[in-house]
Structure formats: structure tokens, C-alpha cells
Ligand binder design. Structure first.
Ligand code: ATP
Ligand code: MG
Length: 316
């Protein structure tokens, strides 16, 4: 069988689970026949799909799903004293072993909670035009890639697939979720960023920024809900900008730790693709796939000091 295809497409059913949603990278399932207390879980499966420039590429990166799932789990553990998370267990069907987790179903807040320690990306234009970012007054003369005096919270609305997220201010967040939850989202996001940036720095990696998604645990069966629980994936290269500290050089766009080969290929003449057109991006050549996979693995191994577990042999 073609293993790569299997880890890119969402299986329409897994033993005991029904497919309900696919995002750009992850697939969600709900229990087929929920028994008592089980209707409040979802199975979150990380596929090997990769996106760039708001497109899902036609070529998957082997093992990316397992690498990102392992990375998220590692971070959840290291953040557990700061914020609760949605992970219930990693006891999942063989077909998705190593890249899936059973999670508490959360009512997700419609806010992408972004913390930034460095100036780059979507907020650069705002800074250049106004000198501030999401209501934070910043020093003059900062360049692309410069470190900020202190980390800032720059929330955004969640956009549909193919659309860009829109940056919003804290007032808009408060109007959507209430002032208390807004404040908890802000302080928790900054606390997570600060912890994660310190841990990444130990591995020679700068955490430029990261996006978190939080949800509320509904009150079920007399169990008290929690207002702010960390969901989704955390602190992976898909949700964060990781830069190699050794090559950090403000004043230009920094190479992205993992997707740079993909981005460079897509924007090169070789790809024949016009980013500004409506055309879907072309397949990736093998050497781009191999190098990208190696970068994801390196990020995981550097950061965690662990090796990725061998792939579980499929049951026969
Ligand atoms: P993007 O690629 O921009 O992240 P996306 O968010 O639509 O797009 P994925 O991240 O691939 O897609 O899919 C994960 C989805 O699952 C997200 O919509 C996320 O909000 C949702 N989600 C994550 N954890 C939970 C949870 N515990 N309960 C309910 N929904 C969740
Ligand atoms: Mg997502």
C-alpha cells in the first residue's frame, strides 16, 4: 500500500470513530456510538499534509503528522502547571497511531491567541505605518526580525480555509468572549510564550511568535467546566515561527526553520507557480520533501532531546 497517501488523506472512518471535520492539516473524529461520558471527546489526527501561502500542497511530508503530534504532547506536559489542556489519552486506532490524541471536546473561542517576541510577519506593515502593533506602542526604528522589548499579545480572528486571519485588538476580543475570559486568554498566552521561548532557547531555537487556540470545557454530568483550556496543537512549526538562533539576523526576513525549502521552491522559477494566481501549487520534488522532513525531525529532536519512535507496524 502507499503509506504516504494513507497519512495524507483523512480516513472516512476509523474503528469506533466517525469523521466530522478536516482542516488544512488535522482531521477530527467523534465516537461512533458514544457510551456514557464519551460524547464529550474528539479524536484529533495530525495528517502529513503541509500548507504554504494559505494552500494545502498536493505532496505530503512523510512522518510530519507523527512529529507534530509528538511535539504538541511534549509541550502540553511542559505547560501543564500553567494551563490545563485537552488531551485525554493517546490510546488510538492503529491506522493513526503516533499522530492522534483523544481530547476533551472544547467549545473553542473564535480567537487565534498570538504572542510575539519578535517583530515580523503580518504586523510589520502596521508597525511601519503607525509605530504600534495591536495597541502596543513600540520603540522607533525596529527592523524585520528585531526582538521586542517584551512579548506582546496580538489576537486575530479565525479565518476560513484560504483566507488570511485578521488582527484585532483586546477590545474586540472582550466583545466576543467577555472581559474576564479575554484577560485570561491574554495572560495565559503570554505565560505560555515566555515559558516556551525559554525552553526553545536552551536548544538554540528562537521562538519568534506562536498561535494558541483555547476553548471552554462545558459543564457535563456535574463535572465543573473550565473557562480557559488549551486545545488544538501547540508550539509546532505549523503554529509558530522557529528561527535558528545561530543565523538570526534582523533587517531581513528570517529563514523559516522547516518550511523554507518548500517556500523557496514554490517561489522559484522551477516550480512554474504564480503565487498571485488562482492556480493550486504544484507537487513538490522528492529532494524538497526529503529535506523538509529532515528539518521537521531535527526541530523535534533538538527541542525535546528525543528520537521519534519507530513507526508502529500495521496490524495484519
Ligand atoms: P489551520 O490550518 O489554519 O490551523 P484549521 O484550524 O481549520 O486550519 P486544523 O488545525 O487542521 O484546521 O484542524 C483542527 C481543528 O480542530 C481546528 O478548527 C480547531 O479549532 C479544532 N479543535 C482543536 N482542538 C479541539 C477540541 N479539543 N475540541 C473541539 N475542536 C477542537
Ligand atoms: Mg488550526
Amino acid at each position: 500500500t502507499d503509506e504516504t497517501a494513507e497519512t495524507a488523506a483523512a480516513p472516512s472512518s476509523l474503528p469506533g470513530w466517525t469523521h466530522t471535520y478536516s482542516g488544512k492539516v488535522r482531521d477530527l473524529y467523534v465516537p461512533e456510538s458514544p457510551s456514557d461520558g464519551e460524547d464529550d471527546v474528539v479524536l484529533v489526527v495530525a495528517s502529513d499534509r503541509i500548507s504554504a501561502y494559505d494552500h494545502v500542497l498536493p505532496t505530503p511530508i512523510p512522518d510530519k503528522g507523527r512529529i507534530l503530534a509528538a511535539m504538541s504532547l511534549w509541550w502540553f506536559d511542559r505547560l501543564a502547571d500553567l494551563v490545563g489542556n485537552h488531551v485525554v489519552s493517546t490510546d488510538v486506532p492503529d491506522a493513526v497511531a503516533g499522530r492522534a490524541m483523544v481530547c476533551r471536546r472544547l467549545e473553542m473561542y473564535p480567537v487565534e491567541c498570538v504572542a510575539r517576541g519578535y517583530l515580523t510577519g503580518s504586523v510589520l506593515a502596521e508597525y511601519r505605518a503607525t509605530g504600534s502593533v495591536a495597541g502596543h506602542e513600540l520603540p522607533e526604528g525596529l527592523r524585520d526580525g528585531d526582538r521586542l522589548p517584551e512579548p506582546i499579545f496580538t489576537p486575530a480572528t479565525k479565518a476560513e480555509i484560504g483566507e488570511h486571519d485578521e488582527n484585532i485588538d483586546l477590545g474586540r476580543v472582550a466583545a466576543m468572549v467577555g472581559p474576564d475570559v479575554a484577560e485570561e486568554l491574554r495572560t495565559t498566552t503570554l505565560a505560555v510564550y515566555t515559558r516556551a521561548a525559554a525552553l526553545a532557547a536552551e536548544a538554540g531555537i528562537l521562538l519568534a511568535d506562536t498561535k494558541l487556540e483555547f476553548g471552554a470545557v462545558p459543564d457535563v454530568g456535574g463535572r465543573p467546566g473550565a473557562a480557559v483550556v488549551l486545545g488544538d496543537e501547540v508550539l509546532t512549526p505549523d503554529s509558530s515561527r522557529f528561527w535558528a538562533a545561530a543565523t538570526w539576523e534582523p533587517g531581513r526576513p528570517q529563514p523559516s526553520y522547516d518550511k523554507q525549502y518548500v517556500r523557496d521552491f514554490l517561489t522559484s522559477a522551477d516550480s512554474g507557480w504564480d503565487r498571485a494566481s488562482d492556480a493550486p501549487p504544484p507537487p513538490l520534488p522528492d529532494h524538497i520533501v526529503d529535506r523538509t522532513r529532515a528539518r521537521y525531525l531535527e526541530a523535534y529532536e533538538h527541542l525535546t532531546g528525543r528520537r521519534l519512535a519507530a513507526r508502529k507496524a500495521p496490524a495484519r
